[in-house]
Design a binder for this molecule. Structure first.
Ligand code: 13P
Ligand code: SF4
Length: 300
C-alpha cells in the first residue's frame, strides 16, 4: 500500500496527533510535520501542544524531552532505534562522579542527553541558548555535559565562568574540519560560512555566523549574500533551499547524521496506526528531569 501525505494528514486528524520534526529529518518527514525546527523550538511546541498524541520525528532524546514535558500524553518515536551518538557518550553515573569532584559546581546539560542525565542537571540548554542558560546560574564553576565543543563555545562567551567540559562530541559535526571549510571557501570566495556550535573551535573561528539549526536558517533568510558554506548536517539543505530558493549551499562531505534519516513516512504511518513506539520513562527520573528542562524553557 502506498503511504501518502494525505493518508498521514487524515490519520493525524482522527487520532488528534501532532507531528514534530527536526530540521535534519528527511524532506518527506518535514512535509508531513505540523512543525519543523531546532531542539528549542521543538521543546517549546511539545510543551504547548493540546494534541493527545505527539509523534516526534528526530532522535530519541527529543522524544524523551517531549515526554518529560508531557508525562500524561502519549509520545511516539516512529523509529525508537534512532539514537544520538553524543547523548549516548554520557551517563548519569559519570555526571555524579563529576559532581563529587566539583561539589561547588552547577550542572548544565545539553538537551542531547538521556533523561537520566537531565535528572542530574541544574538546567538544560540547547545550541540556541547555552550562553543564556549558563549565565543564568549563580555558580562560577559549571560542569557542562556532554558536548565539549558547545562547552568551549559557551566558555568563550562567558569568561567569568569556569566551565568544566565533558569530553563528548557529535561525530557528524566534530568530523567537519577547518581545511574542508577553507577548501570550500577557496572554491566559493563570496560565500558566508554559517556553522553550528557543535563544530570544533577551529571551524567556529573561521565562521561568519554561529547558531542553532533554526538560527542558521534565519541568518540565511535575512542575509544579503546568495552563497553559503554550511557547517552542519546535510538534512538542513531542504529548509535552507525553501528559505532562499535563489541561493546556493555548499556542505562539507561527511556531515551526515544517519539516525536522523531513519524515520520515514512508512514509520510515521505505523506510529499513527499501531501506536508504536511509545516513549516510556521512569516516573521519578522524568519528574527530576522536568525541573532543568522547564528552567530552560522559562528563560526569555
Ligand atoms: P539544534 O537544536 O541546533 O537543531 O541542534 C540539534 C542537534 O542535534 C544538532 O546536532
Ligand atoms: Fe546527535 Fe549529532 Fe545526530 Fe545531532 S547530528 S542528533 S548531535 S548525532
Amino acid at each position: 500500500m502506498e503511504i501518502t501525505l494525505e493518508s498521514i494528514q487524515q490519520l493525524k486528524k482522527e487520532k488528534n496527533a501532532v507531528i514534530l520534526a527536526h530540521n535534519y529529518t528527511l524532506p518527506e518527514v518535514q512535509d508531513a510535520a505540523d512543525y519543523v525546527g531546532d531542539s528549542l523550538g521543538l521543546s517549546r511546541k511539545a510543551a504547548e501542544t493540546e494534541a493527545e498524541i505527539i509523534v516526534f520525528c528526530g532522535v530519541s532524546f527529543m522524544g524523551e524531552t517531549a515526554k518529560i514535558l508531557n508525562p500524561d500524553k502519549k509520545v511516539l518515536i516512529p523509529e525508537p532505534r534512532a539514537g544520538c551518538s553524543m547523548a549516548s557518550m554520557c551517563t548519569a553515573s559519570q555526571v555524579r562522579e563529576l559532581k563529587k569532584h566539583y561539589p561547588d559546581a552547577a550542572v548544565v546539560a545539553y538537551v542531547n542527553t538521556t533523561a537520566d542525565v537531565k535528572a542530574e542537571a541544574d538546567i538544560c540548554c540547547t545550541s540556541s541558548n547555552s550562553v543564556k542558560a549558563t549565565s543564568s546560574l549563580e555558580e562560577k564553576d559549571i560542569i557542562f555535559v556532554p558536548d565539549m565543543n558547545l562547552a568551549a563555545y559557551t566558555a568563550r562567551k562567558l569568561p567569568e565562568k569556569n566551565i568544566i567540559p565533558f569530553h563528548g562530541y557529535c561525530s557528524a559535526h566534530h568530523g567537519i574540519t577547518a581545511w574542508q571549510i577553507e577548501d570550500l571557501k577557496m572554491l566559493h570566495p563570496g560565500a558566508d560560512i554559517v556553522s553550528h556550535p557543535e563544530c570544533a573551535s577551529e571551524v567556529l573561528d573561521i565562521s561568519d555566523y554561529i547558531g542553532s539549526t533554526e538560527k542558521m536558517i534565519d541568518h540565511v533568510r535575512e542575509s544579503s549574500k546568495s552563497e553559503f558554506i554550511i557547517a552542519t548536517e546535510v538534512g538542513m539543505l531542504y529548509r535552507l533551499a525553501k528559505a532562499r530558493p535563489d541561493s546556493r549551499f555548499y556542505f562539507p562531505p561527511n556531515a551526515l547524521c544517519q539516525t536522523m534519516k531513519m524515520t520515514d513516512l512508512r514509520l510515521i504511518y505505523r506510529a499513527l496506526t499501531e501506536g508504536k513506539a511509545e516513549v516510556v520513562l521512569d516516573p521519578e527520573i522524568s519528574r527530576r528531569a522536568r525541573i532543568p528542562v522547564e528552567r530552560m524553557l522559562s528563560l526569555r
